[in-house]
Design a protein around this ligand. Structure first.
Ligand code: PLP
Length: 381
């Protein structure tokens, strides 16, 4: 028996409940997980799984884990992840890493500043451990001034970069400035970089910047958004030596470790990506994005909200149309996207007129969504 919400429900509690509705449908453009087809190189790795299994059984877990770290972090330019006695904890997913982080944080503070908007399971997990959330808007974060007194009043500042759903990336200079401020005010700096793989602007070495600043930091990395590995993925919970949180202890309350087979598979997918697969993925997402943008161009009151985004999701401003009405009209044709209210965790009405479309899908799926969305938008002018 499933406990997932029913499709008649327009007032669901969170984004994941909207995503459940789409899971069994071929035209699922709701969740941000990777669901495109395997490339020939990736299909070759899946064919190798029995050999990877045998190899993973033979080798010490520590060795399998270190090889997976190296391949993944270096693929994305994160060479300094091991410097200065940092710690890397492997979790089943980034949400599990997030839960461990949140429980740890709640032992040392009661408040956190969090980027706004962002994927709602981040505020939900933080609220779930009793933390008070203070919104940090993207404008002051990326281009303006962060309120020092507000920052001083919290125990941690949390930034999703690239952000979901906006795709905005914290530049190297802005990260250095924020890290310096956190060092000065003794505020923990935490990053969720789950969408890092899609945008080369997020491939500068964040760990070098964080280590150089002297701030206390935590980073949550995620292999699950990049490759269509049927939810076999790793969330890495990385922290500075002096982060001041009981991460390892709380990790041990929850899990012993992740599967060496999954670690080995992540290593092989990383190697494939380093050998050209990542550039192919970028081209693939850009192609799906161009197709969607091209088909929506010229529709009255329809606008691409994040023209510079390279993330595997696209936000569309629907003008006066209600996102829930458009979502429901698409759902009636068995096509699923996400209305954006819940991303705006502090002020949900800011998402009343926008829709998020997942782009890590087969191109034919994006084409079918595009066709349905065009007709819904033309009908609802
Ligand atoms: C920025 C971000 N972090 C974490 C997660 C959670 O990922 P998972 O469901 O694989 O745990 C998501 C989910 O989409 C996300 O968008």
């Amino acid at each position: 028996m499933t406990t997932h919400a029913t499709s008649s429900d327009r007032s669901l509690g969170n984004l994941t409940q909207f995503e459940y509705l789409a899971l069994n449908n071929p035209l699922n453009l709701a969740d941000g997980h990777a669901r495109q087809e395997l490339t020939p190189g990736q299909a070759g790795i899946i064919d190798e799984l029995p050999a990877l299994w045998a190899d993973s059984v033979k080798r010490p877990v520590e060795e399998v884990e270190a090889a997976a770290h190296r391949a993944y972090f270096e693929l994305l330019g994160q060479r300094d992840y091991r410097a200065a006695d940092s710690q890397v904890l492997s979790c089943y997913s980034s949400s599990v890493a997030m839960e461990i982080f949140a429980r740890s944080l709640a032992t040392v503070t009661d408040s956190i500043m969090l980027v706004h908007p962002t994927f709602d399971n981040i505020p939900d997990i933080l609220r779930g451990v009793g933390l008070r959330l203070v919104p940090l808007e993207e404008e002051p974060l990326h281009a303006g001034t962060i309120d020092r007194e507000q920052l001083r009043s919290v125990g941690c500042v949390f930034v999703t970069t690239p952000n979901n759903p906006t795709g905005r990336v914290l530049s190297q200079q802005r990260l250095a400035e924020l890290a310096a401020l956190c060092a000065e005010l003794d505020v923990l700096l935490t990053l969720d970089t789950s969408f890092r793989g899609f945008d080369p602007a997020a491939h500068y070495d964040h760990y070098a910047v964080l280590n150089a600043s002297g701030c206390r930091w935590v980073v949550i990395e995620d292999t699950g958004k990049l490759w269509p590995t049927l939810e076999l993925k790793i969330g890495w919970l990385v922290s500075s030596a002096h982060a001041g949180l009981p991460l390892a202890r709380i990790y041990s309350d929850i899990l012993l470790g992740v599967s060496p087979l999954v670690l080995s598979m992540v290593r092989r997918f990383s190697e494939d990506a380093a050998g050209g697969g990542l550039a192919d993925l970028h081209r693939f997402i850009a192609g799906n994005r161009a197709q969607l943008r091209g088909a929506l161009a010229g529709l009255p009151e329809v606008r691409i909200i994040d023209p510079d985004s390279k993330a595997s999701v696209e936000r569309i401003d629907l003008g006066k149309r209600s996102a829930l009405d458009v979502w429901a009209a698409l759902r009636d044709q068995n096509v699923f996207a996400l209305p954006c209210q819940k991303f705006h965790w502090a002020r949900p009405d800011e998402g009343d007129h926008s829709l998020r479309i997942a782009l890590a899908r087969p191109t034919a799926t994006v084409a079918a969504l595009t066709k349905a969305l065009r007709s819904v938008l033309l009908d609802s002018r």
